[in-house]
Design a protein around this ligand. Structure first.
Ligand code: GLN
Ligand code: ZN
Length: 756
């Protein structure tokens, strides 16, 4: 009887070995054989880690050189036309990264995580053909090491739902084309062993976008189960509940359901149905998305609760989702405070948690070491409740006693006062905040961090950069200036590092896409701001010009969404604490002569829950925390916000509720299409729709920008419009930024003249 499993394991390597090998391969410093050897070594190591923790059902095909949705496209032979002259690794990496003849396939976020997948491009006329070699080889690779794996697959419904149709139409119409390939694959898999487990991931059923799919679910999985009696199919969902799909799947002959009981507590409502179907339940009770130590007592309670319905023999202890979303191991964290470190658990520590939980839950004999670990776990969670590293009464009281949660006055009145003071023209030109991150400023920041240069030399370097960017902006004739953000490596980390309650790791890398990894900071305790975070830089920049310099902050929702967040407090409460710190910063900025302050909410939209039923609650606290953050701004201080994705259609009312005086958004690649919603709802506040795309090194021409501005003017009146690029310019070079902005200013001047 299988007692435990995990949904999947990360692949980038605990020292980012895969990243490094990939980059060497792309630079032609190693050949593909060497890359393959590195991959084999990593797979072996990862399987062994799981084996060492007595994980009974270990996965294969959770490895990927780049992305497992891309792997699925290769599996199904879903190769866009522009790549069909290529094969093998050349084909694979060209699809992911493009080459000189063909642009890369699009990449987008995997549900509400920070992992990005390669969007399949499908078409009705394409012929699809199975290529199962990766899956079969990986199974054999593990078997040679003595491990019989479960084979992980991305399910057809999820694959199709995340794909795009290049010929228009709905991807699900292509089910009839790809279903036979899945069947052929299952047939091949069935010959590998006497008994074989196949985990089919269908997280799409944790979203609301599934009504059309549900009708097709039963027959599809019934047919899959017909292929061969020796295949045991586990259909796995994660990131939220999947109650509707469970209702259908229990009537198919699948072997098991894998459900997330962390982000989808509602799955508990399915237990009676699962019990009646007598299926196995892979119970996701160890969080695969967060980095906190599992509380054994609570988890055993949860498992006991589950076993009130489901026979213990039918329960398999598992993770809530793949461990892909957490770092590898705490063992390289030498600088973390020991108390804080004792609260954390990364992938390998989570494997150990599963081992112990299985022993407790299934009443296996505990060694003294196990007993010790269990006692430690209890004690850590008990002590944490009263740790002074977490609980800051001052912050809690300030929030409790706050009485002002939004700005004074209404927009129409504020904007009059602001325009009198700021005196900006129509079609005001500005930028989104950052200017090129040059090698010099990166070096200065790094050297300062390492203690190689002193504070004074560091500040001189930053001020030189600010001087330069102010001078450039004045020469270009921009109306509202920025300081350029040279002191920031990252818009969240910069603030996190200065806030109390935030923790940082040395090596906790998580794959974001391909070879790219991020090291999200984590919030462990009540948040407070010991001292001003941006004032000195803004004050300095403003002292260098008679034009208005716009201050630049990151908003509470974005700071929250791009961090690992403590799990002993509601996200809404944590957001309020961050908002309070930003609130103080805004007050300090305005007291120091900063008249416009932009509060970026780049990650506002990605925090949306997968389920509509949870949406209202998110929108409520997200808007409230933004409003609380900016509530310290006087009516005469102009508040901007910036969001860098495009589709506002379903959130426009929420954006309006945020009550920012000006919002800048990304629109360049879609003309005026995305702006229309602002006109449609009668949006009152001012808007800065991007007039050129900053993601490419291309320099937009004057004509092109003029055309874009004219498109915008078809939708909104000029008194409501600001003119700016799509997003911050930190990834660009000065040689690209200067001519681009120059053309932008010329274009605006031409249009101003034309309009008299
Ligand atoms: N102010 C930030 C910048 O310009 C905004 C970045 C973002 O929206 N991602 O870099
Ligand atoms: Zn942006």
């Amino acid at each position: 009887m299988i007692k435990n499993s995990i949904v999947g394991y990360p692949r980038i390597g605990e020292q980012r070995e895969l990243k490094k090998a990939l980059e060497l391969f792309w630079n032609k410093e190693i050949d593909f054989n060497e890359l393959e050897d590195k991959a084999k070594e990593l797979k072996k190591r990862h399987w062994n880690y799981q084996k060492d923790s007595n994980i009974e059902l270990i996965s294969s095909n959770d490895f990927s050189y780049y992305d497992n949705i891309l792997d699925t496209s290769i599996l199904l032979g879903a190769i866009p036309k522009r790549f069909r002259n290529l094969e093998n690794e050349e084909l694979y990496f060209a699809m992911a990264r493009g080459n000189k003849n063909a642009v890369a396939m699009e990449m987008t976020k995997w549900f509400n995580t920070n992992y990005h997948y390669i969007v399949p491009e499908l078409s009705l006329e394409d012929e699809y053909k199975l290529n199962s070699s990766k899956i079969i080889n990986e199974y054999k690779e593990a078997k040679e090491l003595g491990i019989k794996t479960k084979i992980n697959l991305i399910g057809p419904f999820t694959y199709l739902s995340l794909a795009k149709r290049v010929d228009g139409g709905d991807c699900i119409e292509l089910l009839a084309k790809i279903k036979p390939l899945y069947e052929e694959l299952l047939q091949e898999i069935s010959t590998l062993d006497d008994e074989i487990f196949v985990q089919i991931d269908e997280p799409i059923f944790s979203t609301d976008k599934n009504s059309k799919l549900l009708g097709l679910l039963k027959s599809t999985y019934e047919d899959f189960c017909q292929i061969s009696a020796n295949i045991k199919i586990i259909v796995t969902t994660y990131f939220d509940h999947s109650i509707e799909a469970t209702k259908v799947l229990i009537h198919t002959p699948i072997y098991a359901l894998g459900l997330d009981f962390i982000s989808g507590k509602e799955n508990l409502q399915s237990l009676e149905l699962i019990k009646m179907s007598n299926k196995k339940l892979f119970a996701g009770v160890v969080n695969g998305k967060n980095i906190w130590k599992n509380d054994f007592e609570k988890t055993i309670q949860l498992l006991d609760n589950i076993s009130n319905s489901i026979l213990k023999d039918n329960i398999v202890i598992s993770t809530s989702c793949s461990l892909l979303h957490v770092p590898y191991t705490l063992k390289y964290e030498e600088k973390l405070d020991t108390e804080i470190k004792s609260w954390l658990s990364f992938a390998n520590e989570k494997l150990e948690e599963i081992r112990i939980l299985s022993k407790i839950f299934f009443n296996q004999e505990l060694t003294n070491e196990d007993k010790n670990e269990i006692e430690q776990n209890r004690k850590i969670h008990k002590d944490k409740k009263s740790s002074n590293k977490i609980h800051d009464m001052n912050v809690q009281n300030r929030i409790k006693n706050s009485s002002k949660f939004s700005r004074d006055g209404i927009f129409e009145e504020r904007i009059k006062v602001q325009k009198e003071i700021l005196k900006y023209p129509e079609l005001t030109t500005t930028t989104i905040g950052s200017f090129p991150q040059t090698p010099e400023i990166r070096k200065a920041r790094l050297e300062y961090k390492k203690g190689l240069i002193d504070k004074n030399s560091y500040e001189i370097k930053m001020k030189e950069y600010i001087d330069y960017s102010i001078k450039i902006q004045e020469e270009l004739g921009l109306d509202i200036l920025v300081h350029g953000e040279p002191e920031r490596n990252d818009m969240v980390e910069y603030f996190g590092e200065q806030l109390k309650g935030y923790g940082f790791t040395q090596n906790a890398w998580v794959q974001s896409y391909g070879s790219r990894c991020v090291k999200p900071p984590f919030i462990y305790g009540d948040i407070s701001r010991p001292k001003p975070m941006t004032v000195q830089w803004l004050k300095y920049a403003q002292s260098k010009t008679s034009k208005v310099v716009k201050g630049m902050l990151t908003g509470p929702v974005t700071i929250l969404n791009w961090s690992f967040v403590r799990d002993d407090k509601e996200r809404s409460e944590v957001a309020t604490q961050i908002a309070l710190a930003i609130n103080d910063e805004i007050d300090d900025l305005q007291k120091n002569g900063i008249k416009i302050i932009q509060v970026d909410e780049a990650a506002f939209k990605e925090g949306y829950p997968l389920r509509d039923e949870k949406r209202v609650a998110y929108e409520k606290w997200a808007v409230e925390s933004f409003k609380f953050a900016v509530s310290s701004a006087d009516a005469k201080t102009q508040i901007h916000t910036h969001m860098c994705y495009s589709d506002f259609n379903d959130i426009i009312k929420t954006i309006e509720d945020m009550d920012a005086d000006v919002i800048s958004i990304e629109t360049a690649r879609s003309g005026n299409k995305l702006l229309k919603i602002f006109a449609k709802v009668g949006y009152k506040q001012e808007v800065g729709p991007g007039v050129y795309d900053i993601h490419s090194p291309r320099i937009p021409s004057v004509e092109e920008i003029e055309k874009q501005i004219k498109l915008l003017l078809e939708v909104l009146p000029k008194k409501q419009l600001w003119i700016n690029p799509d997003c911050g310019l930190k990834t660009r070079k000065w040689e690209e930024v200067i001519p681009s902005l120059k053309n932008m200013v010329i274009a605006v001047n031409n249009i101003r003249k034309e309009n008299g």
